[in-house]
Design a protein around this ligand. Structure first.
Ligand SMILES: O=P(O)(O)OC[C@H]1O[C@H](OP(=O)(O)OP(=O)(O)O)[C@H](O)[C@@H]1O
Ligand SMILES: O=C(O)c1cc(=O)[nH]c(=O)[nH]1
Length: 213
């Protein structure tokens, strides 16, 4: 059976990957402050869950008929490596910025030019990191039909950014289902639920009120 968003939420909660700290917010890569942090990297320590996730990524990836699998550094790289290995395809990885010594490359591995690439990312918040990698792949001459990620918060700024960049993105799991599963398991108490609800009402205002971007 394919991995559902609820299965992914279960994997994340079982792995202890989800942390809630409304009173001591996390700073995200974008500079936003948030009450939640989803550390997908924890999934790497669970071979069974990891295998199911890779299988789901392979199925989605295959539908785009890529000739190259690219990983967004750093957290997307292990997933891209496992997918590329299962599919018997070349793999590259993309740094957030070009390396400032050595070969000075942003896309590392085979030249992306002429390839039809799928970019694999672990998580999408604002989409900024994935889209920087997407730009680099396109600048090197790759066609990029899609970005695939394990999880997305479903923030409107991400939707807008991907639409503007004309790149499809697909995810295995969402914040909404994760929050539902956490509530079902009794992990989210009333205070946690209220904090997440307040945050979701306006994530940017919530962040600014706490000194974030
Ligand atoms: O959609 P965004 O707003 O860009 O946020 C998501 C990005 O943030 C995290 O990466 P981080 O920069 O923490 O680095 P890492 O991948 O090296 O852990 C995550 O792995 C995504 O790449
Ligand atoms: O936006 C981020 O930086 C971010 C959020 C999150 O929940 N997990 C993560 O790894 N990064």
């Amino acid at each position: 059976m394919p991995l559902s968003p609820r299965d992914l939420a279960a994997c994340l909660l079982d792995a202890g990957a989800v942390r809630l700290q409304p009173l001591d917010p996390f700073t995200w890569a974008s500079g936003l402050k948030a009450p939640i942090y989803c550390d997908n990297r924890q999934l790497l320590g669970f071979p069974e869950a990891r295998g199911l996730i890779v299988e789901a990524l392979v199925a989605r990836t295959a539908s785009f008929a890529p000739t190259l699998i690219a990983g967004a550094a750093t957290a997307g790289v292990p997933w891209a490596a496992m997918v590329a290995d299962r599919m018997g395809l070349p793999m590259a990885y993309v740094r957030p910025t070009p390396k400032n010594h050595g070969m000075g490359r942003q896309v590392e591995g085979p030249l992306a030019k002429g390839h039809r690439a799928v970019l694999i990312e672990d998580l999408i918040s604002t989409g900024m990191s994935s889209l920087k990698c997407a730009d680099a792949l396109r600048a090197e001459g790759a066609e990029l039909p899609a970005v695939l990620a394990l999880f997305s918060y479903g923030l409107p700024q991400a939707e807008k950014a991907f639409t503007a960049a004309r790149i499809a993105f697909e995810v295995l799991g969402s914040f909404q289902v994760l929050a539902e599963e956490a509530e079902r398991r009794g992990i989210l108490d009333a205070a946690g639920l209220t904090a997440l609800k307040d945050w979701r009402t306006d994530t940017v205002a919530w962040s600014r009120a706490r000194g974030g971007a």
